[in-house]
Every structure is written in C-alpha cells, then in structure tokens.
Design a binder for this molecule. Structure first.
Ligand SMILES: [Zn+2]
Length: 158
C-alpha cells in the first residue's frame, strides 16, 4: 500500500478490512476522490439477522460526500458488498463504517451539517459546503424515528 493511501486510510478512520485504494486529486475542480476497498475474501455479518462471517455475494458501487480536505470537496467511493445469508436466506447490503444506511453523506459530514445548522441558516450551510439546494436540516437524533430508520434529514439537489 502506498504511503499516502495508508495516511488517508488513517485520516478517514478506516480499519480492516476497509482501506483507501486510490486517491484522485483535481486541483482545478478543488476536489479529492477516495476509492475505498475491502480485502478480498473478507466476510461480513448479515445486516438482517446478525449471522457472522457471511461470504460476499456481489457488490454495489456507491458514493458519499465527505468532509472537505483543505477546502477541497471530498468524495468517498466504494463497491459495497452484499451478503446472501446462509442463516436467514436474505441478500442484504452490509453497513459501511463511515455512513448511515441509505445516506449519501458520511457520518462526519452529517455531524458537520448538524453543527453548522445550529449557527447558520440552512442556505448558508448549503453554500458553505457546496451541496446545492439544501431544503431541510434535521438532526436524526432529535427528530423523527431514530437513527437507522431516518432517511436523509436534509436533501441536497445538485
Ligand atoms: Zn441473515
């Protein structure tokens, strides 16, 4: 693993089997993209029933906006594994450690939005973070049905 990959794996708070596999930096676009992969042959717990060490069935490519790095917009990309559970028979996408299920933003990015929304208008937060038209801002810990059942609590249209 290249040194900068190890550095950003640590900076993103990742641990095995997840690691940064590629970094693309576009100075003109002020944007940095991280590819995250999991170690080949890794097994994951079934999100539906909790059965441990299920083999990967397939993967789905997904992206999340993350906290800015040095005023550059940052995005995470990963092929997220799905497991076909030997116990319950369901095929389910595993949860990634950096984002809530169904969210297009990393948890740290969401935490930043929640914090900023306490001090700034929603539109100012949207402009500051460059996420287009933010039309709502709610903390899932305060509003609406709990952590996992709450979908994006603000909506960004790009
Ligand atoms: Zn299961």
């Amino acid at each position: 693993m290249a040194t900068e990959h190890a550095l950003f794996t640590a900076a993103l708070g990742l641990s095995a089997p997840w690691k940064v596999s590629d970094i693309r930096f576009d100075a003109q676009a002020k944007r940095i993209d991280f590819d995250i992969t999991f170690t080949s042959g890794s097994r994951f717990a079934c999100p539906a029933c909790g059965a441990e060490a299920q083999a990967v069935h397939d993967t789905r490519q997904r992206s999340w906006q993350h906290l800015h790095f040095f005023e550059h917009q940052a995005y995470i990309h990963a092929a997220v594994p799905r497991v076909r559970c030997q116990d319950c028979g369901k095929t389910t996408q595993v949860e990634v450690p950096w984002a809530r299920p169904g969210s297009g933003f990393s948890q740290l990015f969401e935490a930043m939005v929640i914090t900023l929304c306490q001090q700034m208008s929603v539109q100012k937060v949207a402009n500051y973070l460059g996420v287009g038209d933010v039309v709502g801002c709610q903390n899932p810990y305060i509003f609406g049905g709990g952590f996992k059942n709450t979908h994006n609590y603000w909506v960004a249209k790009s």
